[in-house]
Design a protein around this ligand. Structure first.
Ligand SMILES: C[S@@+](CC[C@H](N)C(=O)[O-])C[C@H]1O[C@@H](n2cnc3c(N)ncnc32)[C@H](O)[C@@H]1O
Length: 489
């Protein structure tokens, strides 16, 4: 097929492609976009539709049936185009759904989605026959050969992946080495290594959670297993899962499980190295809140880290006895998930030497009924004082919904008002009334023993996550949890 008109030049299932592309953006599991972040990834649905409509000839390229009038042939062409578009994208249907609006109101409305077609993520297996039909049609259009598709700017590989799915001979190119590697992992390795298996790496055998999931997925496999206390307990409950002889060698696993194992390896190391920069805080609260026992609320506490970088809530709760903790109505420290970390460059106050974050605004949320203000207080550190975000303020009377809306108790709030004459002074040109109000005075003992000659803000290398990363792991480890706290605003 050389210069015949293609379907895309005359018709395209635009609405269906848009709907299925939007749906795909919400997929969190199994999609190629979850392998590695890459900018401007195109939805697979859009690539698939564009490829089919580009590779298939337009019905007008077919010969007119004998005896058919021109007018009838034109109508027939339109009908065939519509038929093809529907085969690709399916039909648009409306289904009623309830949606919570930003103002909290729940409205009922019609939601459009597709029915049929071959674009919808997750319907690949049920659409196998239709997909095969398109493969054959594409081949037919190219004289029985698989057409060649070249994507010279392949990025995350959406277009070449779909071209492969449609049976094309595909070449993907990208100038960026990261994209090149993503392309290898998306397009090449799964094909080359499908069906093969290798023994799991030794380090992963020690990971209870991983091995449990692995044996759940492969109940027939045997291999070296290190039975932990937890596993032994579970073994008593579900004997089949752990009832396998220890062969002394690791069980064999396919590519997907090898990727999971090595992904865990990377994650463990990254967590160990970066955990200090992403502190976790805990709230004092009961686990069972149905019949609450009265207790004195306390400010949030920083959760210490284990050697592997995971938060150690048990260490915080060590102050409570076993019996006390057994009663779930008793308050204990519960680690709270962090919604987001704000990184900011910092400058040192010429006056009090506190490090101030340079933030455009302290409003974390400024909706009609939801107002969350970032608050700061000075914390002590060896030879240095730093500003730190400790809590979130919401306007009085607003609902408490998750950590971000935690109302700040009045006594905590007091800390935000510095006594007269002690306000930290932001550098010239960076002043903001908000940040001035927010900082409390630096306690005398926290001041640096360094001579008072005020360094210019410029000379105080503004800290950025990058510069922190560049430090050696040793110096990171050496920091106290307080100092870890210090750089997160
Ligand atoms: C928008 S991205 C492609 C995204 C891709 N379609 C997807 O869905 O994942 C554009 C890609 O073009 C690559 N690129 C830019 N200039 C290039 C060049 N001169 N040669 C090859 N690749 C290039 C970039 O590295 C980037 O990955």
């Amino acid at each position: 097929m050389t210069d015949t008109p293609r379907l895309i030049e005359h018709a395209f299932p635009l609405k269906q492609t848009s709907l299925d592309s939007v749906h795909e953006k919400n997929v969190r599991h199994g999609h190629i976009s979850t392998l590695h972040i890459w900018p401007a990834r195109r939805p697979l649905a859009a690539c698939r539709a564009a490829l089919i409509a580009t590779l298939l000839p337009d019905p007008s390229a077919q010969p007119k049936p004998e005896g058919m009038s021109d007018e009838n042939w034109q109508q027939e062409i339109i009908r065939r185009r519509q038929e093809l578009c529907e085969k690709i994208g399916g039909k648009v249907v409306k289904k009623p759904e309830k949606k919570k609006m930003p103002n909290g109101q729940v409205v009922e409305r019609d939601k459009e989605s597709t029915e049929g077609g071959i674009l919808h993520w997750g319907r690949e297996t049920e659409n196998a026959k239709e997909l095969e039909w398109f493969r054959q049609e594409i081949r037919k259009a190219y004289g029985g050969w698989a057409p060649r598709v070249l994507d010279p700017f392949a990025g995350g590989g959406a277009i070449p992946l779909e071209a492969m799915r449609l049976g094309c001979e595909t070449t993907a190119v990208d100038i960026n080495p990261v994209a090149w590697f993503i392309l290898k992992c998306t397009l090449e390795y799964p094909q080359k290594l499908a069906g093969k298996s290798w023994p799991l790496p030794g380090f992963i055998l020690e990971n209870d959670q991983f091995m449990e999931a692995f044996y759940k997925a492969h109940p027939q496999l045997v291999g070296r297993t290190k039975k932990t206390k937890k596993q032994l307990e579970k073994e008593a409950q579900a004997p089949n899962m752990f009832d396998r002889p220890d062969t002394g060698h690791a069980p064999k696993a396919d590519l997907a499980w090898q990727v999971r194992a090595w992904g865990q390896w990377v994650l463990d190391r990254a967590r160990r190295e970066l955990a200090g920069f992403y502190p976790v805080y805990a709230d004092l609260e009961p686990v069972d809140k149905r019949v609450p026992k009265p207790f004195e609320p306390q400010p949030m506490r920083l959760v210490p880290l284990r050697e592997n970088g995971t938060p150690d809530t048990e260490a915080l709760n060590a102050e409570f006895g076993k019996e006390y903790l057994a009663d779930l109505r008793n308050p204990r420290w519960v680690a709270k998930p962090t919604v987001a970390y704000l990184w900011a460059r910092t400058v040192q106050c010429k006056n009090c030497r506190a490090s101030l974050p340079l933030l455009k605004t302290r409003w974390l949320c400024k909706k009609d009924k939801k107002r969350v203000l970032l608050t700061m207080k000075v914390v002590e550190q060896v030879g240095q004082a730093v500003g730190q975000a400790v809590g979130q303020a919401s306007l009085p009377g607003h609902d408490r919904e998750g950590q971000a809306q935690r109302p700040v108790p009045p006594e905590e709030d007091k800390e935000f008002t510095p006594p007269k004459g002690k306000e930290p002074t932001p550098p010239k040109g960076k002043e903001s009334p908000l940040s001035q109000k927010a900082m409390s005075p630096l306690p005398q003992k926290a001041r640096s023993p360094l001579p008072q000659k005020a360094k210019s803000p410029l000379s105080q290398k503004a800290r950025s996550p990058l510069s922190q990363k560049a430090r050696s792991p040793l110096s990171q480890k050496a920091r106290s949890p307080l100092s870890q706290k210090a750089r997160t605003f």
